[in-house]
Design a binder for this molecule. Structure first.
Ligand SMILES: [Zn+2]
Length: 165
């Protein structure tokens, strides 16, 4: 399947993404982050604007499956603003699925990715959004040029005060 997103819109999307230096690193969204902690990418569809979560858009671009045509996507890196989808199971950070038990099992087996140890889970919504925005701000302003800070923020640790925030 081929997606129907124009090259210019695809360019506009990828301009907002910073990819980590290693093949298995996160690809981080650097634009708008909503109060739910997930990014937002605005599309113009038939004269109407539509905001989509960037990781869903990345999956759509890679697979050609229509945006409304697939179920939940889970992040096995645990980072809500990551858009790293790959056909290669050892590289992808996004897993498609609706069977929660199955997904949790797969996630548990791969929880060492990023060493995040699920520190993003179970957070209050405002903390979840604050973490996403802190990570977004870092990669938007500095790219991946301060990798120790990026990795701290991915792991849910405040690099200026080594505590969970
Ligand atoms: Zn990731």
């Amino acid at each position: 399947m081929k997606n129907i997103i124009s090259a210019s819109v695809q360019d506009r999307f990828w301009e907002k993404v910073v990819k980590g230096p290693a093949p298995g690193d996160c690809w981080l969204w650097t634009a708008a982050v909503a109060d739910d902690g997930y990014g937002r990418f605005t599309l113009n569809v038939g004269g109407h604007t539509q905001a989509v979560r960037p990781h869903r858009f990345a999956f759509h671009l890679a697979t050609g499956i229509p945006l409304g045509g697939f179920g939940p996507l889970m992040h096995d890196c645990d980072v809500p603003i990551c858009v790293h989808y790959s056909d290669a199971a050892e590289l992808t950070h996004l897993l498609e699925g609706t069977d929660r038990a199955n997904m949790l099992d797969r996630l548990a087996k791969r929880r060492d990715k990023n060493g995040s140890d699920f520190r993003w889970r179970g957070l209050a919504r405002e903390h979840f959004a604050a973490r996403s925005r802190a990570l977004r701000d870092e990669v938007r302003d500095y790219g991946w040029s301060r990798p120790e800070r990026v990795r701290s923020l991915i792991a849910g640790v405040d690099p200026d005060a080594p505590t969970l925030f």
